[in-house]
Design a protein around this ligand. Structure first.
Ligand code: ADP
Ligand code: MG
Length: 209
Protein backbone atom coordinates (compact mmCIF):
# COMPACT_ATOMS: atom_id res chain seq x y z
CA UNK A 1 0.00 0.00 0.00
CA UNK A 2 1.27 3.46 -0.81
CA UNK A 3 -0.06 6.97 -0.48
CA UNK A 4 0.95 9.32 -3.28
CA UNK A 5 0.14 13.01 -2.87
CA UNK A 6 0.11 15.33 -5.86
CA UNK A 7 0.91 18.68 -4.32
CA UNK A 8 1.72 22.21 -5.35
CA UNK A 9 0.14 25.25 -3.74
CA UNK A 10 0.08 26.92 -7.13
CA UNK A 11 -3.22 26.53 -8.98
CA UNK A 12 -3.06 25.43 -12.60
CA UNK A 13 0.08 23.34 -12.23
CA UNK A 14 -1.84 20.23 -13.29
CA UNK A 15 -2.48 18.53 -9.92
CA UNK A 16 -6.01 17.41 -10.66
CA UNK A 17 -5.23 16.42 -14.24
CA UNK A 18 -2.26 14.35 -13.12
CA UNK A 19 -4.04 12.85 -10.08
CA UNK A 20 -6.99 11.58 -12.09
CA UNK A 21 -4.91 10.27 -14.99
CA UNK A 22 -2.28 8.76 -12.71
CA UNK A 23 -4.97 6.97 -10.69
CA UNK A 24 -6.57 5.58 -13.83
CA UNK A 25 -3.20 4.57 -15.20
CA UNK A 26 -2.36 2.64 -12.02
CA UNK A 27 -5.77 0.98 -12.34
CA UNK A 28 -4.95 0.02 -15.95
CA UNK A 29 -1.69 -1.49 -14.67
CA UNK A 30 -3.76 -3.76 -12.43
CA UNK A 31 -3.52 -1.91 -9.11
CA UNK A 32 -6.47 -1.01 -6.89
CA UNK A 33 -6.65 2.75 -6.42
CA UNK A 34 -8.58 5.28 -4.37
CA UNK A 35 -8.52 8.98 -5.25
CA UNK A 36 -8.76 11.43 -2.38
CA UNK A 37 -9.92 14.93 -3.19
CA UNK A 38 -8.29 17.13 -0.54
CA UNK A 39 -9.02 20.39 -2.33
CA UNK A 40 -12.03 22.36 -1.03
CA UNK A 41 -12.54 23.51 -4.62
CA UNK A 42 -13.58 19.94 -5.36
CA UNK A 43 -12.36 19.60 -8.95
CA UNK A 44 -11.69 15.88 -8.61
CA UNK A 45 -15.19 15.49 -7.13
CA UNK A 46 -16.68 17.34 -10.11
CA UNK A 47 -14.66 15.13 -12.44
CA UNK A 48 -15.84 11.99 -10.69
CA UNK A 49 -19.48 13.12 -10.74
CA UNK A 50 -19.32 13.81 -14.48
CA UNK A 51 -19.21 10.13 -15.43
CA UNK A 52 -21.59 7.37 -14.42
CA UNK A 53 -19.31 4.39 -14.32
CA UNK A 54 -15.91 5.65 -13.27
CA UNK A 55 -13.76 2.63 -12.44
CA UNK A 56 -11.92 4.60 -9.74
CA UNK A 57 -13.37 5.21 -6.29
CA UNK A 58 -13.13 8.70 -4.84
CA UNK A 59 -13.52 10.15 -1.37
CA UNK A 60 -13.43 13.79 -0.38
CA UNK A 61 -11.56 14.92 2.73
CA UNK A 62 -11.87 18.58 3.51
CA UNK A 63 -10.31 18.80 6.95
CA UNK A 64 -6.70 18.16 7.82
CA UNK A 65 -7.86 16.02 10.76
CA UNK A 66 -9.66 13.67 8.37
CA UNK A 67 -6.44 13.03 6.49
CA UNK A 68 -5.14 11.15 9.54
CA UNK A 69 -7.84 8.53 9.01
CA UNK A 70 -6.44 7.82 5.57
CA UNK A 71 -3.86 5.32 6.68
CA UNK A 72 -6.54 2.82 7.73
CA UNK A 73 -8.67 3.53 4.64
CA UNK A 74 -5.63 3.08 2.45
CA UNK A 75 -5.08 -0.43 3.75
CA UNK A 76 -7.84 -1.62 1.38
CA UNK A 77 -6.06 -0.36 -1.76
CA UNK A 78 -2.72 -0.79 -3.48
CA UNK A 79 -2.46 2.98 -3.88
CA UNK A 80 -4.15 6.12 -2.68
CA UNK A 81 -3.68 9.19 -4.89
CA UNK A 82 -4.35 12.48 -3.11
CA UNK A 83 -5.27 15.44 -5.30
CA UNK A 84 -3.75 18.35 -3.39
CA UNK A 85 -5.28 21.61 -2.26
CA UNK A 86 -4.15 25.06 -3.26
CA UNK A 87 -2.18 27.18 -0.75
CA UNK A 88 0.42 25.87 1.64
CA UNK A 89 -1.75 25.33 4.64
CA UNK A 90 -2.70 22.66 7.19
CA UNK A 91 -4.22 20.45 4.53
CA UNK A 92 -0.99 20.17 2.57
CA UNK A 93 0.98 19.60 5.78
CA UNK A 94 -1.37 16.77 6.74
CA UNK A 95 -1.03 15.20 3.29
CA UNK A 96 2.77 15.33 3.47
CA UNK A 97 2.68 13.55 6.83
CA UNK A 98 0.67 10.57 5.60
CA UNK A 99 2.36 10.25 2.21
CA UNK A 100 4.95 7.78 1.00
CA UNK A 101 5.62 9.89 -2.06
CA UNK A 102 4.91 13.52 -2.97
CA UNK A 103 4.70 14.28 -6.67
CA UNK A 104 5.11 17.98 -7.41
CA UNK A 105 3.80 19.01 -10.85
CA UNK A 106 5.35 22.23 -12.10
CA UNK A 107 4.84 24.13 -15.29
CA UNK A 108 8.07 24.69 -17.24
CA UNK A 109 8.67 28.24 -16.12
CA UNK A 110 11.20 29.43 -13.56
CA UNK A 111 8.48 31.46 -11.82
CA UNK A 112 6.41 28.35 -11.24
CA UNK A 113 9.43 26.41 -10.04
CA UNK A 114 10.52 29.17 -7.65
CA UNK A 115 6.99 29.27 -6.28
CA UNK A 116 7.42 25.67 -5.11
CA UNK A 117 10.18 26.61 -2.68
CA UNK A 118 8.04 26.73 0.47
CA UNK A 119 6.58 23.33 -0.35
CA UNK A 120 10.02 21.83 -0.96
CA UNK A 121 11.31 23.28 2.32
CA UNK A 122 8.34 21.84 4.12
CA UNK A 123 8.90 18.39 2.62
CA UNK A 124 12.61 18.47 3.43
CA UNK A 125 11.92 19.48 7.02
CA UNK A 126 9.60 16.49 7.31
CA UNK A 127 12.17 14.17 5.71
CA UNK A 128 14.72 15.26 8.30
CA UNK A 129 12.60 14.15 11.24
CA UNK A 130 11.50 10.89 9.60
CA UNK A 131 14.68 9.63 7.99
CA UNK A 132 13.59 10.54 4.49
CA UNK A 133 9.84 10.02 4.33
CA UNK A 134 7.97 11.02 2.24
CA UNK A 135 10.11 10.76 -0.82
CA UNK A 136 9.38 13.49 -3.33
CA UNK A 137 9.99 14.44 -6.92
CA UNK A 138 8.98 16.89 -9.60
CA UNK A 139 7.16 16.24 -12.82
CA UNK A 140 7.20 18.96 -15.43
CA UNK A 141 3.64 19.42 -16.56
CA UNK A 142 1.92 21.17 -19.47
CA UNK A 143 5.07 21.34 -21.56
CA UNK A 144 4.44 22.36 -25.17
CA UNK A 145 4.97 19.44 -27.53
CA UNK A 146 8.28 19.49 -29.35
CA UNK A 147 9.97 21.90 -26.92
CA UNK A 148 12.81 20.94 -24.65
CA UNK A 149 13.21 22.03 -21.09
CA UNK A 150 15.08 25.33 -21.15
CA UNK A 151 18.33 25.54 -19.20
CA UNK A 152 16.71 28.13 -16.92
CA UNK A 153 14.10 25.56 -15.94
CA UNK A 154 16.68 22.81 -15.44
CA UNK A 155 18.84 25.06 -13.26
CA UNK A 156 15.88 26.12 -11.16
CA UNK A 157 14.87 22.46 -10.66
CA UNK A 158 18.45 21.36 -9.88
CA UNK A 159 18.64 23.88 -7.06
CA UNK A 160 16.03 21.92 -5.12
CA UNK A 161 18.07 18.71 -5.13
CA UNK A 162 14.98 16.54 -5.55
CA UNK A 163 14.52 13.96 -8.31
CA UNK A 164 12.85 15.15 -11.51
CA UNK A 165 10.81 12.55 -13.40
CA UNK A 166 12.18 11.76 -16.80
CA UNK A 167 8.61 11.73 -18.09
CA UNK A 168 7.05 15.10 -18.82
CA UNK A 169 3.32 15.70 -19.24
CA UNK A 170 2.56 17.56 -22.44
CA UNK A 171 0.00 20.30 -22.94
CA UNK A 172 -2.69 18.42 -24.91
CA UNK A 173 -6.33 19.16 -25.53
CA UNK A 174 -7.18 15.55 -24.70
CA UNK A 175 -6.60 16.22 -20.98
CA UNK A 176 -9.32 18.87 -20.51
CA UNK A 177 -11.53 17.21 -23.14
CA UNK A 178 -11.64 13.90 -21.30
CA UNK A 179 -11.84 15.60 -17.89
CA UNK A 180 -15.03 17.42 -18.88
CA UNK A 181 -16.72 14.03 -19.32
CA UNK A 182 -15.32 12.59 -16.09
CA UNK A 183 -12.89 10.49 -18.10
CA UNK A 184 -9.14 10.19 -18.60
CA UNK A 185 -6.79 9.82 -21.53
CA UNK A 186 -7.35 6.06 -21.24
CA UNK A 187 -10.82 6.64 -22.66
CA UNK A 188 -9.53 8.61 -25.65
CA UNK A 189 -7.80 7.84 -28.89
CA UNK A 190 -4.49 9.48 -28.05
CA UNK A 191 -1.61 7.04 -27.76
CA UNK A 192 0.94 9.72 -26.83
CA UNK A 193 -1.06 10.92 -23.85
CA UNK A 194 -1.63 7.37 -22.64
CA UNK A 195 2.06 6.56 -23.11
CA UNK A 196 3.31 9.54 -21.12
CA UNK A 197 0.82 8.90 -18.32
CA UNK A 198 1.79 5.22 -18.14
CA UNK A 199 5.48 6.15 -18.17
CA UNK A 200 4.89 8.53 -15.26
CA UNK A 201 3.11 5.80 -13.29
CA UNK A 202 5.93 3.36 -13.89
CA UNK A 203 8.51 5.91 -12.80
CA UNK A 204 6.62 6.58 -9.59
CA UNK A 205 6.21 2.86 -8.94
CA UNK A 206 9.94 2.37 -9.33
CA UNK A 207 10.68 5.28 -6.99
CA UNK A 208 8.34 3.73 -4.41
CA UNK A 209 9.96 0.30 -4.68
P1 ADP B 1 -4.48 22.24 -10.53
O1 ADP B 1 -5.27 21.10 -9.99
O2 ADP B 1 -3.03 22.21 -10.14
O3 ADP B 1 -5.08 23.58 -10.26
P2 ADP B 1 -5.50 21.41 -13.13
O4 ADP B 1 -5.17 20.01 -13.34
O5 ADP B 1 -6.89 21.75 -12.69
O6 ADP B 1 -4.44 22.08 -12.14
O7 ADP B 1 -5.15 22.18 -14.46
C1 ADP B 1 -5.42 23.58 -14.62
C2 ADP B 1 -6.02 23.81 -16.00
O8 ADP B 1 -5.10 23.42 -17.00
C3 ADP B 1 -7.26 22.99 -16.24
O9 ADP B 1 -8.11 23.73 -17.07
C4 ADP B 1 -6.74 21.76 -16.97
O10 ADP B 1 -7.71 21.20 -17.83
C5 ADP B 1 -5.59 22.35 -17.77
N1 ADP B 1 -4.51 21.36 -17.93
C6 ADP B 1 -3.80 20.76 -16.95
N2 ADP B 1 -2.89 19.92 -17.45
C7 ADP B 1 -3.02 19.98 -18.80
C8 ADP B 1 -2.36 19.34 -19.92
N3 ADP B 1 -1.36 18.47 -19.73
N4 ADP B 1 -2.76 19.67 -21.17
C9 ADP B 1 -3.77 20.55 -21.36
N5 ADP B 1 -4.42 21.18 -20.38
C10 ADP B 1 -4.07 20.91 -19.11
MG1 MG C 1 -6.90 20.96 -8.72
Amino acid sequence: MSIISVLNPKGGSGKTTISTNLARSLHELGHSVLIVDSDPQGSARDWHAASEDNPIELVALDRPNNVKTLASMAANYDHVVIDGAAKLEDMIAACIKVSDFVLIPVQPSPYDIWAASDLVEFIKARQEVTDGSPRAGFVVSRIVEGTRLGSDVRTALDDYALPVCETTITQRQVYPQTASEGLTVFDADNAKARAETTALSNEILSMLA
